[in-house]
Write a protein that binds this ligand. Structure first.
Ligand code: ATP
Length: 270
């Protein structure tokens, strides 16, 4: 397969400024930023820097964004891959990719490794093991555990992984010295939605005095990704109507369109 197996960004521009709301989660990852910036300071008394943390929360709430911001704030390289990329892989490839990934990150340490959709590889082992593909998944998971256990105290690589299904994960992943910290990234409340709107409104040409509180009020249940979507849709709708600036009605139309899309998605699920 020609799928990109992992991404490496040596210079990450994303910082905490780009992540609206999520104050609690940002506070928790701030500690990881400190470790990465100054590992010696923390290990001098014999303490061990954590190896991994799990970002848990619904889709589109900013888990990837937050992981990237950790790398950006600490000014360390960001290696990322998605658990679902492993699903289609040939036997043996998944494990060797994990090995490559960790080797490269160690070479460039301090560094962040981010594994999105870790549930795709990290589901509990030994259940529903009827389809042949599961062996490959297990090999990949085992390799991931092996790599994390293999870090010495002098390896300053922190692995962040994201999931919206922490309940299905293999308990071995959560054991001490692996992903032993869980950080919750929830859907935004009204105040956080306003902050997310403010981030995504910034690049738009909009009418003066646009009521952002109103937009936040109109979007209960929306994720950060949904709000980013609304802002983009609104700008396209306004442009289609040859407007010079995006106005309140464009946002309402965009909200309707996104709500319609979400309803359709939910219908397929249930
Ligand atoms: P998934 O579980 O679907 O991978 P995720 O939680 O990793 O989702 P992201 O990929 O980080 O979500 O979010 C998608 C996009 O939504 C971001 O690139 C950003 O534009 C916007 N977004 C999400 N959350 C926030 C936030 N808290 N502040 C600002 N923008 C956000």
């Amino acid at each position: 397969s020609k799928a990109k197996l992992f991404d490496e960004k040596s210079e990450v521009k994303t910082t905490f400024k780009d992540v609206a709301g999520l104050e609690g989660a940002k506070e928790e990852v701030q500690e990881i930023v400190e470790f990465l910036k100054n590992p010696e300071k923390y290990t001098v008394l014999g303490g061990k820097i954590p190896k991994g943390a799990l970002l848990v929360g619904p889709p589109g709430t900013g888990k990837t964004l937050l992981a990237k911001a950790v790398a950006g704030e600490a000014k360390v390289p960001f290696f990322s891959l998605s658990g679902s990329d492993f699903v289609e892989m040939f036997v043996g490839v998944g494990a060797s990719r994990v090995r490559d990934l960790f080797k490269q990150a160690k070479d460039k340490s301090p560094a962040i490794i981010f594994i999105d959709e870790i549930d795709a590889v990290g589901r509990a082992r030994g259940k529903n093991n009827f389809s042949g593909g599961n062996d490959e998944r297990e090999n990949t998971l085992n390799q991931l555990l092996t790599e994390m256990d293999g870090f010495g105290t002098d390896t300053h690589v922190i692995v962040l992984a994201a999931t919206n299904r922490a309940d299905v994960l293999d308990k071995a992943l959560m054991r001490a010295g692996r992903f032993d910290r869980q950080i919750y990234v929830d859907l935004p409340d009204i105040k956080e939605r306003k902050e997310i709107f403010e981030v995504h409104l910034k690049p738009l040409k909009k009418v003066d005095g646009l009521d952002v509180d109103f937009l936040a009020k109109q979007t209960p249940g929306f994720s950060g990704a949904d709000i980013a979507n609304v802002c983009n849709e609104a700008a396209l709708i306004a442009a289609r109507n040859n407007k010079k600036a995006v106005d309140k009605q464009d946002f309402l139309d965009a909200v309707d369109r996104i709500v319609g899309g979400l309803e359709k998605k939910n219908k397929i699920v249930t």
